[in-house]
Design a protein around this ligand. Structure first.
Ligand SMILES: Cc1ncc(COP(=O)(O)O)c(C=O)c1O
Length: 407
């Protein structure tokens, strides 16, 4: 099967690796801006805002492009708040959505004037004791979950996130007793859907809950928007999703005779497709009908395949123009774990040592989840602008970086 063309041509891979080293994360600004604009235009009815979830990619250069395009940011930790601030976001554009954090982390956001969402009765109690009379949001678990793998379903009976509907009365009493105003309800049901029916069902549940909170200023339906990692997958129909949300909101506003602001907070969608991971083949072993291609793309660099069997298209960028048989290729990394497999049994040309590799759609949960496991410094990141010029936006870690913090 011929692959869809990629924004990074095969001929550009080698010069980038020669200049910046291997492995390397590369991002494409035009693709990034296109996805951000699609999100900003999702909902047409009533007040609407789109936020980016920093957890998917926290490079401040990319975050500041998102800010320029008019998006806000949501953060899960003080560190993510600092990344947003570094990119120029101010308190009014940051939404803090932590899970199971200390009072001091809550205070970190409170003292900066950042709106915070509490996701359990216990965290709400902690907040209420510390900051009576303040304004908060609550994260609801609508008991409808979705996602590309069980490990990324974030709502439902057994999910660790959110306040379930049967706990809302308790939340209401705590809010009333401490004079706290509830200004928002948010949720996030899971990650990676390409068909929006469960997202829409959960949005409708959240809107029904919102009916009983008259002071509410906004509802945030969360992220989860999938992208077509596999060649045959179709894109999520954002037009359909947006129109369905518009209709739902129009009906809600008519019925309740009031307006309400709506937010979304995708992580994967804003940055997955603008990112590619480049690497190098160092050893090829014939095995069975095919081969194991050994690369520098271990799960320290891209964790998703090892963590939840995530699929990324892997393109061989052959440096020598020789005839190669088509065989099943298993792509492995250089980490000392047998699970260090980037993709198994992919039918393709037989790689040779010295060949290069392009992993597609690696911009979300790529560098952000990478680690220095096996004492390997983390990769560099480069941003390619509309003019095709690469800009180094994160230095490769050094061995000295690995020693930082050793007491
Ligand atoms: C609260 C919240 N919002 C947004 C996201 C972003 O998810 P996604 O990358 O699937 O859009 C997550 C991911 O876990 C989340 O927990």
């Amino acid at each position: 099967m011929t692959s869809r063309p990629h924004w990074l041509a095969d001929s550009q891979v080698r010069p980038l690796l020669e200049r910046f080293g291997s492995p390397l994360y590369v991002y494409h600004e035009p693709t990034l801006r296109q996805r951000l604009r699609e999100l900003v235009g999702l909902v047409g009815h009533g007040p609407f805002h789109a936020s980016i979830s920093v957890k998917a990619n926290g490079n401040p250069h990319l975050l500041s492009i998102a800010r320029e395009e008019g998006l806000r940011g949501d953060a899960m930790s003080p560190g993510e708040i600092l990344l947003l601030e570094r990119a120029g976001f101010t308190a009014k554009d940051i939404f803090f959505i932590p899970n199971n954090v200390s009072e001091s982390e809550l205070r970190f956001a409170h003292d900066r004037g950042i709106l915070t969402s509490l996701d359990s009765i216990d965290q709400l109690r902690t907040w209420a004791e510390a900051f009576p009379g303040s304004r908060v949001a609550l994260r609801v678990n609508p008991l409808v979950g979705d996602g590309h793998h069980e490990k990324v379903v974030t709502a439902g009976e057994r999910a660790k996130f959110g306040i379930v509907p049967s706990e809302l009365d308790q939340a209401r009493s705590i809010l009333a007793e401490s004079g706290i105003t509830l200004v928002g309800l948010n949720q996030h049901i899971g990650s990676g859907f390409l068909e929006p029916s469960r997202y829409l069902a959960a949005a409708s549940t959240l809107l029904s809950i919102a009916e009983s909170f008259p002071q509410l200023e906004f509802v945030d339906f969360g992220g989860g928007f999938g992208i077509p990692y596999r060649e045959h997958e179709s894109r999520l129909d954002l037009g359909l999703l947006g129109r369905s949300l518009d209709t739902m909101l129009r009906d809600w506003m008519r019925k309740n005779n009031r307006s309400i602001e709506v937010g979304i907070e995708p992580g994967r969608y804003w940055c997955a497709e603008c990112g590619a991971l480049l690497g190098t083949v160092f050893a090829v072993k014939p095995r069975g009908e095919g081969a194991i291609a050994g690369t520098d793309l271990g799960f320290n660099v891209l964790q998703r395949p090892a963590m939840y069997d995530a699929y990324h298209r892997i393109d061989l960028v052959a440096v020598q123009d020789v005839d190669r048989p088509t065989v099943p290729v298993t792509w492995a990394g250089n980490i000392c774990e047998s699970g260090d497999i980037l993709g198994a049994d992919r039918q393709g040309s037989l790689p040779r040592p010295g060949d290069l590799v392009r992993v597609r759609d690696a911009g979300a949960y790529g560098w952000a989840m990478s680690s220095s496991y096996n004492a390997r410094p983390r990769a560099a990141e480069v941003l390619v602008g509309a003019d095709g010029e690469p800009l180094l936006i994160r230095h490769r870690e050094t061995w000295e970086d690995l020693m930082r913090g050793v007491a």
